[in-house]
Design a protein around this ligand. Structure first.
Ligand SMILES: [Zn+2]
Length: 145
């Protein structure tokens, strides 16, 4: 699979959930919230801390890598161009080092996922907008090597 190059020719499927790299070698990052009162992190973003109820929160970029907490594999029709081939797809929860547990579709073959394995976030095109730009969404895959 080819990964999209950082370019204006690609936009987020929905704004506010992840940062698209603007420089070569820069990883995509999820956009979360950090509580300035207690230090807890959240994904997706929130205005009030769910731990201490402080409203002193700030947007922050979260790590591009995490650990697979759990997973399953669905063999059923899915959504978007990447899921329409009938091969099925993985779904998992990834624990980020900052704390948030992120649910995401997984890239990889059935049977290739193991709880605790290192995962990394990637952006994949899920379709085109009216201007012909790629609409990007995040997935997680096993870290190679
Ligand atoms: Zn807090």
């Amino acid at each position: 699979m080819s990964e999209p190059a950082p370019t204006d020719a690609a936009v987020a499927l929905e704004e506010g959930y992840f940062h698209i790299p603007t420089a070569a070698g820069e990883p995509p990052r999820l956009i979360g919230t950090r509580c300035n009162a207690c230090g807890e992190h959240f994904y997706p973003r929130r205005e009030t801390c769910a731990k201490c109820l402080s409203e002193d929160t700030a947007e922050t970029l979260l790590s591009a890598r995490g650990t697979l907490y759990t997973h399953t594999f669905l063999v059923a029709p899915g959504f978007g161009d990447n899921q329409s081939k009938g091969d099925g797809y993985g779904v998992g929860q990834i624990d980020l080092p900052e704390g948030p547990r992120v649910q995401a579709l997984l890239l990889g073959e059935r049977g290739s996922f193991r709880i605790g394995m290192p995962m990394e976030m990637v952006l994949v095109p899920t379709g085109k907008d009216k201007q012909g730009r790629d609409l990007l969404m995040y997935r997680f895959r096993a870290v190679e090597g």
